[in-house]
Write a protein that binds this ligand. Structure first.
Ligand code: PSU
Ligand code: MN
Length: 317
């Protein structure tokens, strides 16, 4: 006797460990458009209670645009595709939730722990559930100083291999954006700006860098998604949707704040998975909450566009 629990756990469901909410199960039956939503932004990206409020508002925005929201998280040995409000509250208040990427999702499921899905893990789960479109705030990318730290988000390689269209306000401006775009290009990920030529920088509309591609309509983005599948290319698309003008923080205002937060992270030796949550929390404090207000507006904006893209894809399938 090892004293370890039996493996696999006797109640482990056969087939995929997916648990659909009633709303998402209904959409799967009728073919209604579904938009996946991540949960790391809830557990590691925003403070309570704004994290819960925002998650609810984002779901409402998806519904108002005619699609069904599927917030994704791991709980009780299952990948939940769609969370009811009790589960959302529990997740938003929970401490010690794992931050899941491709590397950790299976271990989290197998050991029955609670985990929030990053962009990478949400893409994996969405694809298993047959969901083509996913809305978030900003993807992870190449961190500044990556030449030394090797800190490059697994979100980038996931975009290269899993066929989900991800709507984000670019990559978070705490990153090395030129190197992030270079890695995406090498990995064959289409980076599509919407309504402008520039690649957006999360809190600001422009990064000062041109995006490789531009498509201004949801229909065009949906057509490109389906064309990639027809060509057998695999991998997803990054749709870079700028924050609404009224909600942005100007670049010359946010850049010094980012620099200060990065310096603190370096001085405190913050590393690996802790980097992004640390920086977001410090920037929140340093801007007196303005970074969070902007973050909320850009996620809502991305949810609207994702719902429109999902509707176009559903109509063409
Ligand atoms: N977008 C936000 N807030 C967040 C994140 C995205 O507006 O907190 C999360 C996403 O889950 C993304 C993760 O996948 O940050 C990137 O983390 P890392 O840099 O450790 O790969
Ligand atoms: Mn990292």
């Amino acid at each position: 006797m090892t004293g370890l629990p039996p493996f696999p756990p006797p109640d482990f469901p056969p087939g995929l460990p997916l648990a659909f909410s009633a709303e998402v199960a209904g959409a799967r039956r009728t073919g209604a458009p579904v938009v996946a939503l991540e949960s790391t932004i809830i557990t590691h990206g925003m403070p309570w209670p704004q994290n819960h409020e925002t998650a609810r508002r984002v779901e409402a925005e998806v519904r108002a645009a005619g699609a069904v929201p599927a917030t994704i998280a791991v709980m009780d040995g299952q990948i939940h595709i769609g969370l009811d409000d009790a589960a959302l509250v529990a997740l938003a208040r929970a401490e010690g939730v794992m931050k899941l990427s491709r590397a950790d999702i299976a271990a989290c499921l197998a050991t029955g722990r609670t985990g929030a899905t990053t962009v990478a893990a949400t893409m994996i789960a969405a694809h298993l559930a047959g969901i083509a479109v996913f809305a978030t705030g900003g993807i992870g990318g190449v961190h500044r100083g990556a030449g030394e730290s090797f800190d490059i988000s697994a979100d980038l390689t996931e975009l290269a291999r899993t066929p989900v269209t991800v709507v984000a306000a670019g990559a978070k401006a705490i990153l090395d954006l030129p190197k992030t775009l270079e890695v995406l290009e090498t990995q064959g990920v289409p980076v599509i700006a919407v309504g402008q030529d520039d690649f957006p920088a999360f809190w600001s509309r422009s990064s000062g860098l041109k995006a490789p591609l531009r498509i201004d309509s949801a229909a065009g983005i949906a057509a490109a998604h389906l064309m990639r599948a027809r060509l057998g290319l695999g991998g997803g698309q990054l749709v870079a949707n700028p924050i609404p003008a009224g909600a942005e923080i100007a670049r010359d205002e946010i850049v010094p704040v980012i620099e200060a937060a990065l310096a603190e992270a370096a001085a405190q030796g913050i590393a690996a998975k802790a980097v992004t949550p640390f920086l977001l929390a410090r920037i929140f404090e340093m801007t007196g909450g303005r970074s969070l207000a902007a973050n909320i507006e850009l996620v809502l904006n991305n949810a609207r566009l994702a719902a429109a893209i999902a509707t176009e894809i559903a109509a063409r399938r």
